[in-house]
Design a protein around this ligand. Structure first.
Ligand SMILES: Cc1cc2nc3c(=O)[nH]c(=O)nc-3n(C[C@H](O)[C@H](O)[C@H](O)COP(=O)(O)O)c2cc1C
Length: 263
């Protein structure tokens, strides 16, 4: 089994040490390979906002950098740990550059056979905001989020009690992630099903005005009337009904909007 750590801290500091603790815990249970991708060492360009990846496809991106190679690394892993310190009440700039550079995956999700662990460290504030944001990103990209963990690691020395609390949280996260790696994917929640139907309405209706998305969705069979979710998993019928109604409403809105633009 293989885990890829995407490290959003520019140093081997608190966030790196927290992931190392998780690695030690998992390796005490099983032989799991860990690879660290230090974003500070990766050649990853700032997105220049040209929309080419969305419209024509990521292969047409003018940035010639490590992105395809990094995407391959994610595909080769069974699980991914997204780790970032809280900087300026948000993810680090390194992590945000990574997310922006792979924004086409929001439109064309792909990591459905993989589990994610989300980890953040902070001096005091911002954990909830950062972890909620990472949960949205990882979820829309297709990962099953196994667990989110945030710990407070201020610059001054912390009490032994606080350190024990942090270690307990990291062990709990490690166990949840390790267990998820052994299991089949969970059925999707309401938000996941809703996002599927909202995307289905959007990419189906936009059609050839967003050809890369349309072709991807069509080839996956996700635009078929029968498609309930990205992958074959049981979908709660109530969630499906809510998703279907939202899809029809959104389709009507998009058609109306496109009609107004044409007129
Ligand atoms: C540039 C910078 C911005 C930070 N912003 C915040 C912040 O908004 N809120 C907070 O509570 N801590 C903040 N911190 C503290 C870090 O979140 C905390 O020390 C973290 O554990 C650092 O992780 P690292 O050692 O992996 O870089 C900031 C630290 C730095 C260097």
């Amino acid at each position: 089994m293989k885990v890829l750590v995407i490290m959003g801290s520019p140093r081997k500091g608190n966030t790196y040490q927290a992931v190392k603790r998780i690695e030690e815990f998992i390796q005490s249970k099983d032989d799991v390979e860990f690879e660290y991708l230090m974003l500070k060492d990766a050649d990853l360009s700032q997105c220049n906002g040209c929309f080419v990846c969305f419209v024509k496809g990521e292969d047409h991106c003018p940035c010639k950098d490590d992105a395809p190679f990094i995407e391959q690394k994610m595909h080769a892993a069974d699980g991914v740990i997204l780790a970032t310190p809280v900087y300026g009440m948000n993810v680090s700039a390194l992590m945000k550059t990574f997310i922006d550079r792979f924004s086409y995956i929001f439109h064309r999700p792909r990591f459905f056979d993989k589990k994610a662990l989300l980890l953040s460290t902070t001096g005091a504030l911002g954990l909830k905001e950062v972890l909620n944001y990472l949960k949205l990103v990882a979820g829309v990209w297709g990962f099953e989020v196994a667990h989110s963990v945030g710990i407070v690691t201020p610059p001054m020395k912390i009490s032994e009690k606080k350190e024990q609390e942090n270690n307990k949280k990291l062990e709990k996260a490690a166990l949840a992630f390790y267990n998820a790696l052994q299991k089949e994917r969970h059925p999707p929640g309401l938000r996941d099903v809703f996002i599927f139907h909202a995307q289905k309405a959007s990419f189906g209706e936009l059609g050839q005005s967003s050809p890369a998305d349309y072709t991807y969705w069509k080839e996956k069979g996700w635009l078929s009337a029968k498609a309930k979710y990205y992958v074959e998993v049981p979908v709660n019928p109530v969630y499906n009904a809510i998703g279907w109604i939202s899809e029809q409403t959104l389709k009507r809105k998009i058609r109306k909007g496109m009609g107004e633009v044409r007129r």
